[in-house]
Design a protein around this ligand. Sequence first.
Ligand SMILES: NC(=O)c1ccc[n+]([C@@H]2O[C@H](COP(=O)([O-])OP(=O)(O)OC[C@H]3O[C@@H](n4cnc5c(N)ncnc54)[C@H](OP(=O)(O)O)[C@@H]3O)[C@@H](O)[C@H]2O)c1
Length: 258
Amino acid sequence: MAPNGYVIDLTGGCIVVTGGNRGIGLEISKAVARAGASVAIIYKASQDAEDVAAQIEERYGVKAQAYKCDVGDASLVTKTVSKIETELGPISGLVANAGITIQKPALELNTQDFQQIYNVNVLGVFNVAKSVAKVWIDRQFKGGSIVVTSSMSSRIYNRKGPHDPITQVFYNSSKAAVTNLCKGLAAEWAKHSIRVNAIAPGYVDTDIVEVDPKVRQYINDTVPVGRFAKPEEITGQTILLLSEYASYMTGGEYLIDG
Ligand SMILES: NC(=O)c1ccc[n+]([C@@H]2O[C@H](COP(=O)([O-])OP(=O)(O)OC[C@H]3O[C@@H](n4cnc5c(N)ncnc54)[C@H](OP(=O)(O)O)[C@@H]3O)[C@@H](O)[C@H]2O)c1
């Protein structure tokens, strides 16, 4: 008998989560595991990523493993995705979530800052999406879903006070770029039954947002729900997009911004 209510069951799948060891990505890794899928966490440098994966395995009774890989390094990404496919796969979904920011006034930003941010937030997403899509197309898998963590900053400039922008033009423009990248990939890969969507969180309490109490108060006062999101509040839309319930959703950007 079918269970009551809506149940998202990803059992038998394997979801790759970049940046899945902390912040928003960690909550996505846990949510995916709770839904029954194996989790392959890609991280860059954190010392505790393997322990995090082991804890997920133990708590949710699924396979979970951490893979150290800079998403900006295309050939390493290809090798890592192939390793994941062999060790934990078959891969059924990807959450390209790893991202970084640099806050500096525009007059102080330079080429190195640009390359650092775009290498992770745009090229890094592309590298992982391309490698995973290639694996799916080669094994003629239908129904793969890619979810990219963009940001509401793809559409706005952020403020820390009246007429006082948060100075991160490379970050915001990288998110606009990656949201449009999703649209293009969705169009190209629809014929392979691969869906590609972006989520666009608002302010979420993680390491990426360091704000002094006055700025936090200002932001809280400008957000209708009056507070930052907890990282776990970003997981529902992500799990939905990974699931078959979202079979007619592709190329979209979904705000989760309170
Ligand atoms: N927090 C917010 O308010 C907010 C709002 C909107 C969108 N977002 C987006 O949400 C995503 C996650 O943000 P977060 O707040 O959870 O950030 P976070 O806590 O700073 O975590 C960033 C994650 O990305 C990984 N990472 C960074 N560079 C990488 C690279 N080159 N290769 C592989 N992994 C890399 C980190 O791995 P290590 O641990 O190994 O360093 C870490 O797991 C980002 O794309 C961010 O732009 C955040």
